[in-house]
Design a binder for this molecule. Sequence first.
Ligand code: PMP
Length: 388
Amino acid sequence: MNTNELIEAEDKYFINTFARQPIVLDHGKGVKVWDKDGNEYIDMFAGIAVNALGHAHPKLVNALQGQVEKLIHVSNIYYNEPAIEYAKKLLPLTEFDRLFYANSGAEANEGAIKLALKYTGKSEIITAKDSFHGRTLLTLAATGHEEYREPYLKNLPQGFIEVPYNDIEAIKEAISDETAAIMLEPIQGEGGVNVPSKKYFDEIAEICAEKDILLILDEVQTGFGRCGTLFAHELFDIKADIMTIAKGVGGGVPMGAFLATEKVAGGFAPGDHGTTFGGGPLVCAAANAVLDTILDEDLLENSKKVGAYFKDKLNELKEKHDKIVDVRGHGLMIGVELSESGAGYVDKLREMGFLINCTAGNVLRFVPPLIITNEEIDKFVEALDKAL
Ligand code: PMP
């Protein structure tokens, strides 16, 4: 089938999901991807902050190939080595003691919310406006977008109290005797790359300690070097009780997890939660390769350095183009807020050979692979300059 036939067939057979870009991606290498018609693109989107190592990184490919030949799946009623090896490697790099494997960001958040409710025995979770935690009913209830929740209002789980982001007074007002947890992204991704103040998180930490409220951090988008540190909450020097991960963790294979301190993890008894595929040997082999490569190839430093270079270049563009209202973010998670809709720029830049995304209507979001270089950033900034 050619590109048009494929797009027509999808329109005919698929239940609606995202509005898609009209290209069929075929293969990738490093920061580049190619469509079925042979057009080349620099991938500034990385599958929504997923392909941390870029495309077809040899270490990830080798790890997957080796594991495919050995064992793809076992039931979770048996032990498997890659899953245990990964937990042993990841947890000491965090403030958490235990983890639970899931298959996506939404599923990791579902588990995290269940754990917080079960551990505290309370019923309310404070969440932020413009947050994004997933599309399942429980995570939709936690997500700060009324328009996504509206069709399901009669069936959505109760107990989520939404307050403005980066507003500590609003959190204080929302706290009740039933507050189990405050659930936040350290930097909001889908909401428009919104970076809160350090003071916000400092005060949240104080309130949580004083009132015995859990802090759940959703690092699904911000984790694994995206913001220049292994996890974005390190930027604010705070600790959480539960953290969720997905996207970058598997470098492209569907994997997620929630991590918790020893005390909070004790909230789940055997049988309280489970999944058929979570923590399977194949995805855990991938996760081991991704984490090893991030550390061995110093990709946290690359994210920090190239991200800072990128931000400088974008700030230069801001001087030149009045349409740029703000440039924000950390590491390689950067948003450029425009004074107009960003949708047209996504099309324009795709036609110029760059994949980007627009979120919150007017924020161009850049979350490229962590291996990207200054030279590739230069090419992109030149194109963005022209497009603007
Ligand atoms: N949390 C955050 C912060 C996200 O950005 C996303 C996805 N954009 C999710 C959760 C949901 O992840 P998934 O699509 O894997 O369910």
